[in-house]
Design a protein around this ligand. Structure first.
Ligand SMILES: [Zn+2]
Length: 223
């Protein structure tokens, strides 16, 4: 195991088997830069690669902070529909960008089977888009940004805020930003304007400032 990583044993809430997940020590993470859609670039170890946990025994996968939060009914569905199809293998240990994509895509499969919320899908799709950005694969990046955008819009319509850790104004910002990135400029203007004009958002000056900057960039594109 390389410096900065360590293993932790967890019990799978679906199959009740123990397995090891790999975690990153906080001090091993050095931020190099941040993109306008919150994608962080790191020097050395990228902790986002390790955000998806996958049970090697049954294939259940979820983001680390949500791994234990599944209902007995969801566990039953996963046990009957996912486990028989799963070829046992471990995604523990050091990960590269491709292993990270595999782990996040397995989270999408579990999300799909248990009928996860749109906000949960959105978060994972956005991370897969970032993985493709690291790889320089623009086509796949855009494809997953579109999925993320669709799900963030659904979450905005249907879910009460905060949806997980996502508040309403941050969701507006992300929808504006992702619309901008896929070239839907008038949509982007609409969402950034909604955020800039919101009473509630005044409590988040950094977010308003970011929205103003992005709004200017979109306006340039629209000229
Ligand atoms: Zn399991």
């Amino acid at each position: 195991m390389i410096e900065g990583l360590y293993n932790k044993e967890v019990v799978c809430p679906v199959c009740s088997q123990k397995f090891k997940v790999t975690k990153v020590k906080a001090r091993a993470c050095k931020v190099k830069s941040r993109d306008s859609d919150f994608c962080v670039h790191y020097e050395g170890i990228n902790p986002i690669f390790y955000e998806a946990w996958v049970c090697e025994n049954c294939g259940y996968a979820n983001l680390a902070d949500k791994f234990e939060e599944i209902t007995p009914r969801e566990a039953e569905i996963l046990k009957s529909k996912l486990m028989p199809r799963w070829k046992k293998h471990s995604l523990g240990g050091e990960r590269d960008v491709d292993t990270a994509v595999e782990a996040f895509k397995l989270v999408l499969i579990s999300h799909d089977l248990r009928g996860a919320k749109a906000s949960e899908f959105a978060k994972v799709c956005l991370r897969i888009a970032w993985m493709h950005r690291y790889k320089g694969d623009e086509e796949e990046e855009t494809r997953f940004i579109r999925y993320a955008l669709e799900h963030y819009k659904q979450a905005y319509e249907k879910e009460p805020f905060p949806a997980d850790k996502l508040d309403e104004n941050t969701c507006e910002y992300i929808i504006g930003e992702l619309s901008f990135r896929v070239g839907e400029y008038s949509e982007a203007v609409k969402w950034f304007s909604r955020l800039i004009g919101s009473e509630e958002a005044r409590k988040k000056p950094a977010l308003i400032e970011a929205a103003r900057e992005q709004y200017q960039l979109v306006r340039e594109k629209l000229k």
